[in-house]
Design a binder for this molecule. Sequence first.
Ligand code: SAH
Length: 250
Amino acid sequence: MDGLQLLIDLHKDAPRQGPGSDDHTALAITLSGLANHEGIRVADIGCGSGASTLVLARTLKAHITAVDLFPEFLEELDRTVSSGSFPSTIETMAASMDCLPFDDNSLDAIWSEGAIYNIGFDNGIRSWNRFLKPGGILAVAALTWLTADRPEELERHWLNEYPEVAKASCKIAQLEDAGCRLIGYFPLPPECWLQNYYRPMQERFASFLQRNGNTDQAREIVKAEEAEIDLYERFADFVSYGFYIARKAD
Ligand code: SAH
């Protein structure tokens, strides 16, 4: 198995593939005002196995296109969808977020939690904007500095992993420059990282290593995740995902 397949294997059975919570997705939906509308079209981009997609599907009366690059995650979501019933319809689509097949002005909302870093925040919001109808909602959770200054060790790690990490004021200016108006912002609290993402991941490490023959490559992946968890535990005051809810100009 190559490194990418190993990462998919580690994350595929997880309740979520990034920090977050059902309550915080629901809070962003409330701020968006989308729940007042019926028959709307929504895309959840970089949906993974669908943690946020399922909250959207339960809360809205919408047609939701759940997009991810990796079919393995979408198969998990398809399985969950087929065993439940929702006021929304959910269609999964394997596609890259830098090459989406939506028509211009066709979506009422674009949702994306913890995934836009794959193409960069500024690039992502600018390239997705045209798919939104005028007045459409863009809701994006992205890595955000919580303070003006931060420990050098933390800054070095995240600038290397995710060079566009920045303060909320910077991200909000980027949204405004891309033609959107901010209607809500909140940072995710530590339980979204620890209880909902890192602890379940740590519980999967032993079975992940066993399944994959305890190879050096598999152990390297676990070591890198452990290092990230350790960094987060020490520096949770300085960094989180910021959830940005914005409206495209009418
Ligand atoms: N939104 C989910 C997953 C976040 S992890 C959650 O919060 O749980 C980031 C996701 O982006 C992964 O599922 C990964 O497969 C997906 N991804 C990575 N590169 C992508 C690309 N180029 N296009 C679409 N999805 C991508």
